[in-house]
Design a binder for this molecule. Structure first.
Ligand SMILES: [Zn+2]
Length: 378
C-alpha cells in the first residue's frame, strides 16, 4: 500500500537541485515510491520538458511543480535569459505557478559565484525592487495578450531584506497598478526574504498573512531552510515554502531520525553505522542498509533523502494540526525553543490580540541590525 501525505493548508515543497536525482530510481512523486508526495521545486535551466513529462507519466495524481525564474542564474553570470524566455520555459514545463523574472538584490562576490554574494545598499535594493516590479508588470501584460490562461498562475516576487522593503513593495504596487494586484498577479505572491533573523522572517510571514493569505491569495516563501522557519511559516498559514537545505542534509551526512533529530553518519562508506533496523518509516522499513552499503552504496544516500523528507513531512503534518490559539503552547511543550523562537511565536499571538502595527512597534527593537546598512556594494 502506498501512503499518501494529507493535503496540508501550509506545505513544504522539496527542492530537486540536481539532474541525477530526477533520473534516479528514488522519487517521492512516483507511484512506485513508498509514499507519494507530488510536490517539487526545480531549477528552470537544468531540467527539460522531457524529464518533466517523464515524471508526470509516472504519477497517479497531479504534480505541483514550481521552478525558479532564472533571474538568480543571470546575476551569477551562469546564463543569459530574458523575461520572455523565462516565461516561455515555465509555460513549456507547465509549472503550477509562473514566477516573475526577478533580479535578487545582491551581487556575486566572484564572477560565476552561486554561493558568495555582496549585499546591496538600501538605495540600490529599492532600485532593484522597482526594476523587478516594472518587468513583472510588462510580463503580466504580455501573458494577457499571448497566454491568458497562464497569466492566472502568475506571481510577483517580492524581495525584502527588512520591514521597510516590504512596505516599499506595497507602496510601489499601489503607485503603479493601484488596487489591481489580483488582475496583474492572479497567481499570488512569492516572498524572497534574504535574512537569517527569525524575528524578521516572522514579521514577513505575518505581513504576508495580513496582506495576502487572509484574502485567500496564494503565498510562497523561497528558501526557508530550518525547522524554526517552518514553525513560523505554518503558524502564519503560508501556503507553500521550499528549502533545499533540509532535504539535501543527507549530502553532508545528516540523517534525520525520530529519536535524534539530526544524526551525522557516513552513508557512502562500506559500513552503515546502525545495527539492523534504525527506522521504520515507509522508505526504510524493508531496507537492509548494511547489505545495500555493500551492494549499491549510492542507493543508500538516495533512499535516505526520501527518509529525511518523510520525517520533515511528519513535522509539517503535526504543526498543521495545531490550533492557532494553542500553537505557541504546544510548540513549547514539544520542542526545545530558544528565547528568540519563543519571542517569534509570542509576536504572532500578540498580532492576533493587538493587531500587526502595535505589535510590530513593540518588538522592532529586537530585530538584528540590518546587514544592508553595513555593507556597501561595489
Ligand atoms: Zn526512514
Amino acid at each position: 500500500m502506498v501512503i499518501k501525505i494529507p493535503e496540508l493548508k501550509s506545505r513544504y515543497i522539496p527542492v530537486q537541485s540536481t539532474d541525477h536525482i530526477i533520473k534516479s530510481d528514488v522519487h517521492w512523486w512516483k507511484h512506485t515510491s513508498p509514499f507519494v508526495y507530488p510536490n517539487v521545486l526545480i531549477n528552470l535551466l537544468t531540467v527539460n520538458k522531457q524529464q518533466i513529462s517523464d515524471i508526470r507519466s509516472n504519477m497517479d495524481g497531479e504534480l505541483f511543480l514550481l521552478t525558479d525564474s532564472g533571474g538568480f542564474q543571470v546575476i551569477s553570470g551562469k546564463c543569459n535569459i530574458d523575461w520572455k524566455k523565462s516565461l516561455q520555459l515555465q509555460i513549456d514545463l507547465n509549472a503550477s505557478k509562473i514566477f516573475a523574472f526577478d533580479k535578487p538584490p545582491v551581487k556575486p562576490k566572484y564572477k560565476g559565484s552561486l554561493s558568495q554574494f555582496i549585499y546591496m545598499t538600501d538605495e540600490e535594493t529599492k532600485r532593484i525592487i522597482e526594476e523587478n516590479l516594472d518587468v513583472a508588470i510588462e510580463q503580466s501584460l504580455w501573458l494577457k495578450d499571448n497566454y491568458p490562461l497562464y497569466r492566472e498562475k502568475f506571481c510577483y516576487i517580492l524581495h525584502a531584506k527588512n520591514y521597510e522593503h516590504l512596505l516599499f513593495n506595497l507602496e510601489l504596487i499601489n503607485k503603479k497598478i493601484g488596487d489591481k494586484y489580483n488582475e496583474y498577479f492572479p497567481g499570488g505572491v512569492t516572498y524572497a526574504i534574504k535574512a537569517s533573523d527569525n524575528l524578521l522572517i516572522t514579521i514577513a510571514a505575518r505581513h504576508a498573512y495580513e496582506t495576502f493569505v487572509k484574502k485567500g491569495i496564494y503565498v510562497h516563501f523561497l528558501g526557508m531552510g530550518s525547522f524554526n522557519k517552518i514553525l513560523i511559516l505554518i503558524r502564519n498559514e503560508i501556503t507553500t515554502f521550499d528549502s533545499s537545505g533540509m532535504l539535501q542534509a543527507v549530502r553532508i551526512n545528516e540523517i534525520l531520525t525520530p529519536e535524534n533529530y539530526k544524526t551525522k553518519m557516513s552513508v557512502n562508506t562500506e559500513d552503515f553505522m546502525y545495527d539492523g533496523q534504525f527506522c521504520i518509516c515507509p522508505v526504510c522499513i524493508d531496507k537492509d542498509y548494511n547489505k545495500l552499503c555493500k551492494e549499491n552504496a549510492t542507493m543508500v544516500g538516495r533512499n535516505l533523502i526520501s527518509h529525511n523528507l518523510w520525517h520533515l513531512l511528519k513535522q509539517c503534518v503535526l504543526l498543521n494540526s495545531f490550533r492557532k490559539d494553542k500553537y505557541n503552547e504546544l510548540s513549547n511543550k514539544l520542542f526545545k525553543l530558544n528565547i528568540d523562537m519563543q519571542r517569534c511565536l509570542n509576536f504572532c499571538d500578540d498580532c492576533d490580540k493587538n493587531g500587526f502595527d502595535i505589535t510590530y512597534n513593540k518588538y522592532k527593537h529586537y530585530l538584528k541590525k540590518d546587514e544592508t546598512k553595513q555593507n556597501t556594494l561595489f
